[in-house]
Design a protein around this ligand. Structure first.
Ligand code: ZN
Length: 281
């Protein structure tokens, strides 16, 4: 099929990897989220028009996996499936439901590009009494990702040390993974980089007061950088108060470009190439 020009995509749905060349990539979004509803097709089309051609999703639980597959059927070659039990889902359901969902995940995973979101979220309003449960299902999902040789998409909030301990004890899949919505210091960034994880940076980098993340983004090797919107969440300042559209990836790229003294296009190019390397596309 040869190289594709931005804006004139042609797809072979049997081989997304090949067709991914020449397009920019949102490494993490939720375009099947019910908050988008019918709007999903339109916001996706707008992002595609701006040159962003592929959208890896973040998985929440069984209902969301179904919704991702439906979205993908409508947009072949655009949507990367990502199935996992999100820490929110783990926190909100009892063990019995989670065991069934984990079995379903093992069956469905071969259709996905990655296992995720998995990880830990120890913010008190999310965690409540789910700390042990979150740890157990994080461990089990790491094991599962290793068994099926898929990269992991990590959601880690206020649980840095615990997450490192678990990853070191249970191991990360050989296929590696990414830390979604990395929003920490250079010190924390190094803990992930030394474990060969990619750092996916989103809307918070566009906040002028986010000096800690700015420092990390200035220091980190660009070879391990990915960019994401986390749409419809985490809007950059320009979209504050509303839903975050996938085309806002440009705002993320521009903020990082300013920090690194390059152009947004260069950030979009480098991160797309990093994404293809991580997923062996
Ligand atoms: Zn997410």
């Amino acid at each position: 099929m040869g190289m594709m020009k931005v804006g004139v995509f042609r797809f072979d749905s049997r081989d997304e990897g090949r067709t991914l060349r020449g397009m920019w990539i949102d490494a993490h979004s939720h375009l099947a989220d019910p908050r988008w509803g019918q709007e999903a097709d339109q916001v996706l089309a707008e992002a595609v028009k701006s040159g962003i051609g592929f959208f890896l999703q973040g998985g929440i639980g069984p209902e969301d996996w179904e919704a991702q597959e439906k979205l993908r059927a409508r947009h072949p070659g655009r949507i990367g499936l990502c199935f996992g039990l999100h820490p929110y889902f783990v926190a909100a359901h009892d063990e019995e439901v989670l065991e069934i969902a984990l079995d379903a995940l093992a069956v469905k995973l071969p259709r996905a590009m990655a296992l995720g979101e998995t990880g830990l979220d120890f913010r008190p309003h999310i965690m409540k009494d789910s700390r042990d449960k979150q740890i157990t299902f994080f461990q089990q999902q790491l094991e599962l990702a290793t068994a099926v040789e898929l990269p992991v998409v990590l959601h880690l909030v206020q649980a840095h040390e615990e997450a490192l301990q678990i990853m070191d004890l249970w191991g990360l899949p050989k296929a590696g993974g990414l830390v979604h919505s990395f929003n920490g210091s250079w010190h924390k960034a190094q803990d992930f980089l030394s474990r060969s994880l990619f750092l996916s940076v989103g809307g918070p980098v566009a906040r002028p007061d986010n000096g800690k993340l700015h420092q990390a983004v200035r220091q980190m090797p660009l070879e391990f950088l990915l960019i994401e919107t986390d749409s419809p969440d985490q809007p950059p300042p320009a979209f504050q108060g509303g839903k975050n559209p996938p085309s806002a990836l440009w705002h993320v790229a521009r903020a990082i470009a300013d920090l690194r003294g390059v152009t947004p296009g260069e950030i979009l190019d480098i991160t797309a190439s990093n994404f293809r390397r991580l997923f062996q596309l």
